[in-house]
Design a protein around this ligand. Structure first.
Ligand code: CP
Ligand code: NVA
Length: 306
């Protein structure tokens, strides 16, 4: 049976724990120069409708390091751009490839792909979720803080795809997450409700607030993302005003734990959601986060494609 990865909620707590352990093993193997090719002869498709630096690079390098091959496509390069049905495209892709990573707008579109595809479909970001990002972020938290369960995280900014996957990750891993967004930009209610039910089993807590300084109180991790996501460019000017107070800066970080780390999935807009100073501060683990995309993609591909 093929297995898809469309949201963090597709995994169990145990599976996430196994992926974290495996990613650490694969990382240390790579650092010590051990070659390992379990996916020799396998082909990974990447179908990206939005731009990407990290997700594309990390998947392409990950499959290459595991001995496989990747093919990058955008919808307008293939017949889909001229109206070929997703149902047909998905079935044809499955005749050539062993798994596919899709980055698109509408989340239901990737669900449709998954329904018609007989190979694993991996969500490389939709408007609703960014699960691969959060899997590797959990790895960064584990490395920096020595644990994930019980960690207090403050997320400052837009209740977007990254926030949704963080909420699901926190719920499954027993984290205490506070989300601070301006009114009207809160995360999706249904996602928060479902995560709330999971949280009861793991000891996690999820709080939705409006005040950034309240959210960061006692936080071990302070996380942010862009104010304007891909596809929302028309709202950029308005959002700059609305989100002005939702910035990671020195004053806000002074209210968090002294050893609190700063996280950002990137790309960042220095001077908007995070100051130049905080981006470069010793508390920032942002570039380790970016590196860990590679190690976690390898663990994920191994699990889904082997
Ligand atoms: N964080 C992330 O997914 O980056 P890209 O958009 O560059 O892939
Ligand atoms: N929320 C951002 C994340 C980019 C990795 C976006 O969707 O554009």
């Amino acid at each position: 049976m093929k297995r898809d990865f469309l949201s963090i909620g597709d995994l169990t707590t145990k599976e996430i724990e196994s992926l974290l352990i495996r990613a650490m093993e694969l990382k240390s193997m790579q650092k010590s120069g051990v070659e390992f090719h379990p996916l020799k002869g396998k082909n990974l498709g990447l179908l990206f409708e939005k731009q990407s630096t990290r997700t594309r690079l990390s998947f392409e390098v990950a499959i290459a390091q595991l001995g496989g091959h990747s093919i990058y496509l955008s919808p307008n390069q293939i017949q889909m751009g001229r109206g070929e049905d997703i149902r047909d495209t998905a079935q044809v892709f499955a005749r050539y490839l062993d798994a596919i990573v899709i980055r698109t707008y509408d989340h239901p579109m990737i669900e449709e792909w998954a329904r018609y595809s007989t190979i694993p479909v991996i969500n490389g970001l939709t408007d609703l979720h960014h699960p691969c990002q959060i899997l590797s972020d959990l790895l960064t938290i584990l490395e920096k803080k020595g644990r994930v369960c019980g960690i207090r995280m403050a997320y400052i900014g837009d209740g977007n795809n990254v926030a949704h996957s963080l909420i699901e990750g926190a719920a499954l891993m027993g984290m205490k997450i506070r989300i601070a967004t301006p009114g009207g930009y809160e995360p999706d209610k249904a996602i928060v409700e479902r995560a709330g039910i999971l949280a009861k089993e793991t000891g996690a807590s999820i709080e939705i607030l409006q005040e950034p300084s309240e959210a960061v109180k006692d936080a071990d991790v302070v996380y942010t993302d862009v104010w304007t996501s891909m596809g929302q460019e028309k709202e950029e000017e308005d959002r700059r005003g609305i989100f002005r107070r939702y910035q990671i800066n020195r004053e806000l970080m002074n209210r968090a734990e002294e050893d609190a780390i700063i996280m950002h999935c990137l790309p960042a807009h220095r001077g908007e959601e995070i100051t130049e100073e905080m981006m470069e501060s010793p508390r920032s683990v942002i570039f380790d986060q970016a590196e860990n995309r590679l190690h976690m993609q390898k663990a994920l591909l191994e699990m889904l494609m082997r």
